[in-house]
Design a protein around this ligand. Structure first.
Ligand SMILES: Cc1cc2nc3c(=O)[nH]c(=O)nc-3n(C[C@H](O)[C@H](O)[C@H](O)COP(=O)(O)OP(=O)(O)OC[C@H]3O[C@@H](n4cnc5c(N)ncnc54)[C@H](O)[C@@H]3O)c2cc1C
Length: 496
C-alpha cells in the first residue's frame, strides 16, 4: 500500500461543509487535508441561494462575514413560510436579514479563506473507501494511493461514500416528487410569479442578468437522478403554461426531490459525517448549506482538541448529541413545506389556517428565530437561559475601549468573559487554552424568541459561540464546565 501522506485529519469533500471544517481545524493548528473530486471549485447547476442569520454570525465570529456581505444582497423580509412572507428585521442580531448569495460565490469565498490558512488540498481525486484501526484510518483514493489520518470526516454530500463505507444507516423517506430548477433565457415574456395546479407548484422569477430567469417546475412524474436537459425544462413548461416561452441558453439546470434522510449516527469510531453526508432534505427554506457550515463549526474545535490530546474522545459524542436534533428539525420543516404544497382542498385549508397563525406576533417571532438558526439550544443542563444558546454579539466597554464579543472568537479560542468586578475569576490551570476578558455591558440581554433575560456576571463561551457556563455572582460549576469542554486542569497540550 502506497501511503502518499499522513495528516491528523482528512476531509472527504471540499463543498461548503468540508471547506468550513478545514478552516476551523487549520485555525486550531491541526494538520488537515481535503480530498475533493472536482478539479476546480466550479459548480454545475443551481444549489444554495443564500445565508441565514446564524451562518452569517458564525462567519462574523471568524472575522470573515464582510467577504460575504460585500457580494450578496440583504433581504429584511427574509423568509417565506408556505407563501407567507415574514419580516425578520427585528431579530436581535447584527445580521437580522437573509443574505442572497449563490453557492458558487459562497464556496469561492470559503475556499479563499481556507487557502490563506493552508490545509493541503488533493483535487481531482475521490475517496473510494477506508480501513480504520485503533490508531487511525487509511483513506483510499481513486488514483490508487492512500492517505493516513487519525480521523476521517465525510463531507462528501448526500451520496456519501464515507457514510456507506462506514456502514452508517441513513433512515428516512423516499422521494415522492421531483422538481426542475433552471436558469434560462426566454424569447417571450413569461407568466411571472407562482402558479399551482393538481400536480404541484411552479415559479418563474427574474435574475439580475437581464433576459435571464429562474424557473422552478414540479415534474409531472417523479424522476430521480440523471442530468436534466433543456428539453425536459421545455416540456415541463409546456405541460403547465402551454408554451415554453422560447426557453433557450440554459445557464444551469438541476433536479431535486423531496427525499428526506438523516444518518443514524454521525460517528463510527474514527470516522465522522457532516453536512449533506449526514442529512438530506428538499431545499425549501434554504437550510442545507447553512446547517452544513454550522455542523462544521460545532465539530471543528472538538475534533481539534481530541487530536491534540486536550480532550477525551467522548467529547466527539456531543457533536452528534447537539447537531442531530438540529438536522431533524430541518427535515421536519421541509417535509411540512412539501406536504403543504399538495393541491387538494383539505391541504389548502391547513395552509390557510397556518397563514392565520403566522400573523400572530408570537408565532412569527418563534418561526423566524427557528428558520434563522438563532434559537438553537444545545441541551447543556438546567440553569440560566443563556446556557447552550448562542452568545449575543454585545459591545463591551473595556479598559482598551469598545470591544465586540465576536472579535474575541476570531481565532476559534474559548473565552471566559467577566462582566463583574475585575480579577474575580481564577482559571490559572486553563490559562493556556481559555482567554479571560474583563468588560462591562449595561444594555439588555435579549435572546431570539425568548426576549430579555437576567444579565449574568460571567459567561464561558465555546469556540463555536455557544455558552458553556453562566456565572450569576459566583463561580459554581465553572471548573467542571472548563474540564468538560476544554480538558482537565493538567491536560496535555500537544500540537498535532
Ligand atoms: C436545487 C437546490 C437548491 C438548494 N438551495 C439551498 C439554499 O437556498 N440554501 C441552502 O442552505 N442550501 C440549499 N441547498 C442545499 C445545499 O446545496 C447543500 O446542502 C450543500 O451543498 C451541502 O454542502 P456539503 O458540503 O455538505 O455537500 P456538497 O455541497 O454536496 O459537497 C460535497 C463535496 O464532496 C465532493 N465529493 C463527493 N464525493 C466525494 C468523494 N468520494 N471523494 C472526494 N470528494 C467527493 C463533491 O464534489 C462536493 O464538492 C440546495 C440544494 C439544491 C439541490
Amino acid at each position: 500500500m502506497e501511503i502518499l501522506h499522513e495528516h491528523a485529519v482528512v476531509i472527504a469533500g471540499g463543498g461548503p461543509t468540508g471547506l468550513m471544517l478545514a478552516g476551523e481545524l487549520a485555525l486550531a493548528g491541526v494538520d488537515v487535508a481535503i480530498v475533493e473530486r472536482r478539479a476546480s471549485q466550479d459548480l454545475v447547476g443551481v444549489r444554495g441561494l443564500g445565508l441565514h442569520s446564524r451562518t452569517i454570525e458564525v462567519f462574523d465570529q471568524r472575522g470573515i462575514a464582510d467577504r460575504f456581505l460585500s457580494q450578496g444582497q440583504l433581504h429584511r423580509v427574509g423568509f417565506s413560510f408556505h407563501h407567507t412572507l415574514l419580516d425578520i428585521s427585528d431579530l436581535p442580531s447584527r445580521h437580522s436579514y437573509f443574505l442572497a448569495l449563490g453557492q458558487q460565490q459562497i464556496e469561492r469565498i470559503l475556499a479563499g479563506w481556507v487557502d490563506e490558512l493552508g490545509p493541503a488540498l488533493y483535487r481531482g481525486r475521490e475517496v473510494t473507501g477506508f480501513a480504520q484501526d485503533d490508531n487511525g484510518v487509511d483513506v483510499a483514493l481513486s488514483d490508487g494511493t492512500f492517505l493516513r489520518a487519525k480521523y476521517l470526516v465525510g463531507c462528501d454530500g448526500g451520496r456519501s461514500v464515507v457514510r456507506k463505507a462506514a456502514g452508517i444507516e441513513f433512515p428516512g423517506w423516499d422521494a415522492t416528487k421531483s422538481w426542475l430548477i433552471a436558469e434560462v433565457r426566454m424569447t417571450e415574456e413569461p407568466a411571472w410569479g407562482f402558479r399551482e395546479d393538481d400536480t404541484g407548484t411552479y415559479a418563474i422569477g427574474k435574475l439580475d442578468d437581464p433576459g435571464a430567469m429562474r424557473v422552478v417546475l414540479t415534474e409531472q412524474a417523479l424522476k430521480i437522478g440523471g442530468e436534466p436537459t433543456l428539453n425536459e425544462v421545455r416540456e415541463a413548461l409546456v405541460a403547465v403554461y402551454g408554451t415554453d416561452y422560447g426557453a433557450h441558453n440554459a445557464l444551469s439546470i438541476s433536479r431535486f426531490t423531496d427525499t428526506a434522510r438523516q444518518a443514524a449516527n454521525y460517528r463510527d469510531r474514527r470516522v465522522l459525517l457532516a453536512g449533506d453526508a449526514a442529512h438530506v432534505h428538499p431545499p425549501m427554506g434554504g437550510h442545507g448549506l447553512n446547517i452544513g457550515v454550522q455542523d462544521a463549526v460545532n465539530l471543528g474545535w472538538k475534533l481539534a482538541q481530541v487530536v491534540k490530546g486536550i480532550s477525551p474522545e467522548s467529547l466527539l459524542d456531543t457533536y452528534y448529541a447537539e447537531r442531530h436534533p438540529v438536522g431533524a428539525r430541518v427535515l421536519r420543516e421541509t417535509m411540512a413545506n412539501v406536504a403543504l404544497q399538495r393541491p387538494d382542498v383539505r391541504t389548502k385549508a391547513v395552509g390557510e389556517i397556518l397563514a392565520e397563525f403566522l400573523k400572530l406576533e408570537e408565532v412569527r417571532r418563534k418561526v423566524i428565530a427557528e428558520k434563522s438558526g438563532l434559537d438553537i439550544h444545545y441541551e447543556l443542563g438546567e440553569g440560566h437561559r443563556l446556557l447552550g444558546r448562542r452568545m449575543p454579539d454585545l459591545e463591551l466597554v473595556t479598559g482598551n475601549g469598545p470591544l465586540r464579543v465576536f472579535t474575541l472568537l476570531h481565532q476559534a479560542r474559548p473565552v471566559l468573559l467577566n462582566i463583574d468586578e475585575p480579577g474575580g475569576l481564577d482559571i490559572t490551570p486553563w490559562a493556556d487554552r481559555v482567554q479571560v476578558v474583563e468588560g462591562k455591558y449595561a444594555g439588555a440581554w435579549e435572546l431570539p424568541a425568548i426576549g430579555a433575560v437576567t444579565a449574568p456576571t460571567a459567561v464561558l463561551v465555546r469556540p463555536d459561540g455557544y455558552v458553556a457556563w453562566v456565572g450569576e455572582a459566583n463561580q459554581l460549576g465553572l471548573h467542571e464546565a472548563l474540564t468538560t469542554w476544554f480538558g482537565g486542569a493538567i491536560a496535555a497540550s500537544h500540537t498535532s
